[in-house]
Design a protein around this ligand. Structure first.
Ligand SMILES: N[C@@H](CCC(=O)N[C@@H](CS)C(=O)NCC(=O)O)C(=O)O
Ligand code: FES
Length: 125
């Protein structure tokens, strides 16, 4: 799939993806730009879907710094991310540059304490 002029509002400079190779390297940069990055529907302040809202609430309750990207603003990004993460839905949580999971996985990991453990390890290193 070709991605032309897909621009993500992220940080100061919008990131532009010109083609499928470029979108992959661009997304590599996005997911490693912060220890915790959440691709979601809506924003941290105003989630637009219950699944995204749940993950935001978990991250807020754990008091960890995290970046969110609203995939509803960009349909090419929305479709491209499904391919990039090999995951068909949102939210998509990245921790330390690695895809961690969607809502169900995050809820389970939160309940078991695995999420807290991983975040402590990542954020204290
Ligand atoms: N079981 C999923 C729930 C998330 C989900 O089903 N998301 C749907 C509805 S919000 C989705 O992203 N569909 C694809 C799309 O909207 O592009 C999870 O654990 O994350
Ligand atoms: S937007 Fe309808 S379930 Fe997420």
């Amino acid at each position: 799939m070709e991605y032309r002029h897909v621009s993500i509002s992220f940080g100061v400079e919008p990131l532009v993806m010109y083609n499928s190779y470029h979108y992959r390297t661009t997304l590599d940069k996005v997911v490693t730009s912060q220890k915790v990055v959440l691709f979601m529907k809506g924003t941290k302040e105003f989630p637009q879907c219950g699944f995204s809202h749940t993950v935001v609430q978990i991250l807020k309750s754990l008091n960890v710094p995290f970046e969110t990207i609203n995939i509803l603003e960009n349909d090419m990004l929305r479709q491209g991310l499904k391919e990039y993460s090999n995951w068909p839905t949102f939210p998509q949580l990245y921790i330390d540059g690695e895809f961690f999971g969607g809502c169900d996985i995050t809820v389970e990991a939160y309940k078991s304490g695995e999420l807290q453990e991983l975040l402590e390890k990542i954020l204290c290193s």
